[in-house]
Design a protein around this ligand. Sequence first.
Ligand code: ATP
Ligand code: MG
Length: 448
Amino acid sequence: MGLISKLVNMVKGDQPAPVAPSGPNIITRDHHDISRRDISDNALKVLYRLKDAGYQAFLVGGGVRDILLGKQPKDFDIATDAHPEQVHKLFRNSILIGRRFRLVHVRFGREVIEVATFRASHNEGQDSNQAKQADNGMLLRDNVYGTVDDDAMRRDFTINAMYYNINGFTIHDFAGGVEDIEQRNIRMIGEPQARYREDPVRMLRAIRFAAKLDFDIDPATAEPIHSLGHLLEPIPAARMFEEVLKLLLSGNGEQTYYLLRDYDLFKYLFPATDAAIEADQSEDYQVEEFVILALRNSDERIAQGKSVTPAYLFASLLWHPLQERLSKISKMPPIPAMHQAAQDVILQQVKRTSIPRRFSTPMKEIWDMQLRLPRRHGNRAAELVENKRFRAAYDFILLRESSGEDLEKLGEWWTEYQFASGEKREQMTTDLGKPAPKKRKPKKNPQA
Ligand code: ATP
Ligand code: MG
């Protein structure tokens, strides 16, 4: 019997669960498997310093969830009754961040431990400095402090509302998260539709966790998503960009894509891509195939510990929208036409997700190189392999070919060229023959 089954059985009643009727299930240290060894030294340092200063301190969220699933948590989030300013005072290496949601980041080199003060719901009289909700139910400001019980009820899913108490090493399960972990179930705390209206990004989070953990979304939690995608429209593009990276660039992009399409949310992230997929008449669904292969590629790279970049992701997802745009531009030479089309496509996309310049620049360079890699005559090939975007652009060529595009074996040629000796390289460019003569418009002959 696995750890979690032991836990669930215990909670379900092998022994009476040690809880007050409305409080959390408290699972004592000898009944669960979270040990301090699973928690990063820096997170432990923060937990202990808070506790020693007389505050409550819990590890919460993905940290607890992932350890219970035997996975390595991506980061460690801490919840406490200390107010942000009080936390800040305890750690010289900390900064206060956020307006909509104030919290403290404690920095240890590259590791950042996020410390949030317990939040309460918004009903009890408070001023708009602390809390603000739009007419449509969306939370605009969320700084009403409360108890750990209040805090748990405001979290999104039951599996994210388990708290590991550094004082006594118990797990406090407020919403049945332990059982949902066992059932591999994503379940919203509270009334799903109202919780999506408060924060529509929760729809994306449901899908992200389903794909990442290979869990099902509970029917009542899943059902409203199909018709609420439009709520994502007013979400700031910068937040959407961050969310898209977590969705598509965390190692489960392909699976996440299928879910996004099934739930009709993909079109709110990449409207032009979605439209290109829908409009695709090709027999082998080249457009969608291209997107899927790109995502599968990044998933494989991540699994191998290789780097992936948002520039490449966006270059792939927007490649067919770019072609579509290009087909509408006439009377312009290829390169300026490509620049014009790129600008149009990007301008459209940043209405949904921002694309910071440090990513849009290399993205455009990858596209640019798609026009340049076929032109290999003379010294060009030798120069192109030295280009800083060569590697990404070459991968992109291979991707286009595997999705069914016929590039006359361009990928194969470049594969061979890269590994060839100097002599062989020269031979290869010579074998290409002379560059095709530039097409000139026939001169108008006024006498004819
Ligand atoms: P991971 O870090 O693996 O992506 P996580 O569950 O830790 O997963 P975070 O975004 O780090 O996700 O958030 C930490 C915790 O904060 C969550 O587990 C959840 O309890 C809470 N939380 C985050 N975002 C929301 C939200 N939009 N609505 C309600 N609760 C949220
Ligand atoms: Mg986290």
